[in-house]
Structure formats: structure tokens, C-alpha cells
Design a protein around this ligand. Structure first.
Ligand SMILES: Nc1ncnc2c1ncn2[C@@H]1O[C@H](COP(=O)(O)OP(=O)(O)OP(=O)(O)O)[C@@H](O)[C@H]1O
Ligand SMILES: [Mg+2]
Length: 452
């Protein structure tokens, strides 16, 4: 589908042998590969013509990879950059990705990984080129997944996901209900090397203990009433893929012990069976409980917690990233309007304002439902406050009124701070955000007005 001849790659390394090896491999793969022997030369070449992809060593004499990366992204934002770094310097990798690198390879370079990464990056590059409107989203959309967001909290999560998805690491996804945990699990799988393999999901809260055990590990015929035939478990079905254990916090201590053993030995037996079964599975787990608290209170095994908590990803509640509300709302509006065949252009400023201020206890899922309802209810082609469910206007919105001409501004300021803090249940970060001031300024004003 993609004509690799049109794919220009620039290999940047001050070490000739490495440079030539990469060029040879890429040329064999059908790419149009060129080389540069320093950061300076790379910057110059990128200035002269377009490269879809730049593969660059971080540690070079002269200007160095990081500085070159920054310049390259400035000259040619559409050029994708893969950086090459020594195994030990994950910090450098993180910094490089902050500066715009798409991904990183560790030394010594595994040629198979190189092929996969280059192929992926090329596809990404073409996707970007094909759809100019994607440009605005590239920073938001994690490799074509439907995770919408541009707040710093979400950007941080994208960064973690980019780093961790292609690895084998167990990921623990934390967050309130409706914050997008399952979406993140999907993205991890899709962006992993197991993306072509199965993604098997098990909701640990949906089944009683004994059934969950047989669901996970399978059972032999006759092992319990109703076991009329042998059945493979989800672990086996996820072989060479990803197993997503949702609501892991609901798992009984007994089953937690069994799960721990499976993680340690990478093998298990079916319920009622003796045959040892192995499965090559990458684990992704999620819960809306505070697992550390569950551990402290004896409801979750500490040893299992440590096994699962390799890479924690904590999804912030929507009210802590209000700047994402408009783009999420627009995204859902477009999708839902299309599905319902309704022509709706957008939200009125008043309606959007109410949504941005709402508390969103149910997070993104609630927002999605509210938009869906609004689309169905809307009379005109713009969604008005009246199209939103009643609780959006009274539950969360900042109270208004009491503004009497002639009252000292400081009084109004004080009242605004107090009522906003009441609304956020005392959460100062959130209150500061709503008031449009920094946390520090809020802190200062609390002192000034002697508010407890
Ligand atoms: N950042 C996002 N961009 C677009 N859609 C999102 C985003 N986050 C969540 N959603 C959508 O919101 C809904 C809820 O997300 P999801 O099911 O992943 O949440 P969850 O954290 O697993 O919730 P629960 O704990 O209730 O199972 C889904 O329809 C999902 O597609
Ligand atoms: Mg979920």
C-alpha cells in the first residue's frame, strides 16, 4: 500500500560503522536512505529537503542529538524522529520524546525492532501527511487511537504510553469510573508488538469467585456441576496477545494468590486438571479503587500489588483537566450527530460554559452521555443550555448572584473564593483552576482574606 521508495530516511550517527549498517538495512527494506555524520549535517540536510523519518543517535560529538532534534522539529515539524540511545539512559529518551521524538530505540539496535519501528513510523508519517486536519490532533491522538486530550496531564499519559506500549511491562491503569481506563488498555495493546495478537478482556467484578477462576484458567470436563466439556481459560486465549484484567481490585484474596502464582511461574492448570499449561501473555490491569489503600487495609495482596504496579498510569478525573472538556465535547458531538443523522454545528458559548464548569462525577462517560442526550434533544443546529440535562446547570455550575453595584471588589473576590471552594469540596487545585488563577495566587488570597 505504501510505496517505500517515496519514504526518505536520514540516518544520523557519528560512528561510520553504525551509520552504514543502518543505511544498508533500510535500503534492503526498500527505503530511500541517506546518512549524516553529525547533528549539524543533519540539520542542514533537513533544511534542504523533506525526510519522512530521521533516525538519530543521541550521543554525538559536536551539537549532540538532543539539540539537533529540537532544531529538526523546528525546521520540519512533519519529519518524524526516532532516537537511538544507550540502554541505561531512559532519562534521555524521555527528554527526547518531550522534544518531539516519536519513539526511541536502545543500543545495541535489534534490527527486527528497527524494521518494525521504521515501518510504524512511516505509516504514521503518511497518516499525518494524508490528513492535514490531523495536525492539530497529532499531539493529542496517541498513534491514531481515539484518546482525545491536550491537557498537560493527558500529554504526560501519552508520553508514558508511547514509552511503555511497545514493551512487555505490566501496566496498572488507575482512575475513577469513566476516565478512559479501557480505552487506554486498548491503545496499549494496539501500539504493542502484540497488536496483531488477541486482546482478551476479563471483568473481575462480573463473576463470582469460582466462575472467575475457571474463566481465567479454564476447566476440565466434569470439574464442577455444569462443566459439561473442557474449556480453555482466558489466559490461554490471550496467548501471544494481551490480557486485560478489568476491576482487578474486586478480585478475592484467594484468586489473587492464584494469579500471583501464574505471574511468577508463567504457567497454570485448568480447574480440576493437572496438565501444566503455559501462555505467553502481557498483562494490563485496571481498577477504580485506591489499590495502595486496599493493600494497607488487607484487601489486596501486597506482593501481587508490586507485581502489577510495574508501570502505573493514573487517569485524572475530568474535573482536573477541564481544558479537555471542549475538545471532548466537540468530538462526541461530531460522532453522535453523524450516527444520528443530525446536522448540529456545535455548542452555544453558554452551553459550553456550563459543561466546562460541571463537576462530571461520571467523568468522560458522563460527558459522552450528556452530549448524546443533547444531540437528540436539540431543536436547532446549535446546542443551547436548555438542551442539557438539568443537573448540568445546577449541580456543578458556579453560583451567581449577590453582585450588587457598589460593593467592594474585595468582598466579591472573597465570596467567589469561598463558594468555589465549597463547590470543589475544598480542593484548592480545582478551585484555582475554576477561578482562573494559579494555586499559589489562591493560597495567597486565602491568607489575605483569612479564609480557613
Ligand atoms: N480521552 C478520551 N477521548 C475520547 N473518548 C474517551 C476518552 N476517555 C474516555 N472516553 C470514552 O468514555 C467512555 C468511558 O471510557 P472507559 O470505558 O474507557 O472508562 P473506564 O475508566 O474503563 O470506566 P469504568 O471504570 O466505569 O469501567 C468510553 O466510551 C470511552 O470511549
Ligand atoms: Mg472500564
Amino acid at each position: 500500500m505504501i510505496d517505500k521508495k517515496e519514504n526518505r530516511v536520514l540516518v544520523v550517527d557519528d560512528e561510520a560503522s553504525q551509520r552504514d549498517l543502518l543505511k544498508m538495512v533500510l535500503t534492503e527494506e526498500g527505503y530511500n536512505a541517506e546518512v549524516a555524520s553529525s547533528g549539524e549535517e543533519a540539520v542542514q540536510k533537513v533544511g534542504d529537503r523533506f525526510y519522512n523519518l530521521v533516525i538519530m543517535d543521541m550521543k554525538m560529538g559536536g551539537m549532540g542529538g538532543l539539540a539537533a532534534l529540537k532544531e529538526i522539529k523546528e525546521i520540519s515539524p512533519a519529519a518524524q524522529v526516532l532516537i537511538v540511545t544507550a540502554y541505561a539512559s531512559v532519562d534521555t529518551a524521555v527528554e527526547a520524546m518531550r522534544s518531539g521524538a516519536l519513539n526511541y530505540l536502545t543500543k545495541p539496535i535489534d534490527l527486527e525492532e528497527l524494521r518494525v519501528q521504521v515501518e510504524k513510523t512511516m505509516q504514521f508519517s503518511h497518516l499525518v501527511a494524508e490528513n492535514e486536519s490531523l495536525k492539530a490532533q497529532v499531539s493529542g491522538a496517541f498513534q491514531a487511537q481515539e484518546i482525545i486530550g491536550k491537557s498537560p496531564r493527558i500529554m504526560e499519559i501519552f508520553e508514558t504510553l508511547r514509552m511503555v506500549a511497545p514493551t512487555e511491562a505490566t501496566v496498572l491503569i488507575l482512575g475513577e469510573s469513566g476516565t478512559g481506563k479501557e480505552l487506554v488498555a486498548d491503545a496499549i495493546h494496539a501500539n504493542s508488538n502484540r497488536g496483531q495478537g488477541p486482546l482478551v478482556k476479563v471483568n473481575c467484578a462480573a463473576l463470582p469467585d469460582t466462575l472467575l477462576e475457571s474463566e481465567l484458567f479454564g476447566h476440565e470436563k466434569g470439574s464442577f456441576t455444569g462443566a459439561v466439556a473442557r474449556r480453555e481459560g482466558r489466559f490461554k486465549l490471550a496467548d501471544r496477545g494481551t490480557l486485560f484484567l478489568d476491576e482487578i481490585g474486586e478480585m478475592s484474596l484467594l484468586l489473587q494468590a492464584k494469579l500471583l502464582r501464574v505471574i511468577q511461574t508463567k504457567s497454570f492448570e485448568r480447574v480440576g486438571g493437572t496438565e501444566t499449561i503455559t501462555a505467553d501473555v502481557r498483562l494490563v490491569v485496571a481498577t477504580n479503587r485506591d489499590l495502595e489503600k486496599e493493600v494497607r487495609e488487607g484487601r489486596f495482596r501486597e506482593d501481587l500489588f508490586y507485581r502489577l504496579n510495574v508501570v502505573p498510569v493514573t487517569l485524572p478525573p475530568l474535573r482536573e483537566r477541564r481544558e479537555d472538556i471542549p475538545i471532548l465535547a466537540e468530538h462526541f458531538l461530531k460522532e453522535i450527530a453523524e450516527r444520528n443523522g443530525k446536522l448540529i454545528r456545535g455548542f452555544s458559548p453558554e452551553a459550553m460554559d456550563l459543561m466546562v464548569r460541571n463537576r462530571w462525577k461520571g467523568n468522560v462517560r458522563e460527558l459522552q452521555n450528556v452530549v448524546e442526550r443533547a444531540v437528540i434533544m436539540a431543536r436547532g443546529d446549535v446546542i443551547q443550555p436548555g438542551d442539557l440535562p438539568g443537573h448540568i446547570s445546577d449541580d456543578g455550575a458556579a453560583p451567581s448572584g449577590g453582585i450588587i453595584p457598589g460593593r467592594p471588589l474585595s468582598d466579591l473576590e472573597r465570596e467567589a473564593i469561598i463558594s468555589t471552594l465549597e463547590m470543589t469540596g475544598g480542593n484548592r487545585t480545582e478551585a484555582a483552576q475554576l477561578l482562573g488563577i494559579s494555586r499559589r495566587t489562591l493560597q495567597y488570597k486565602l491568607k489575605e482574606f483569612k479564609i480557613q
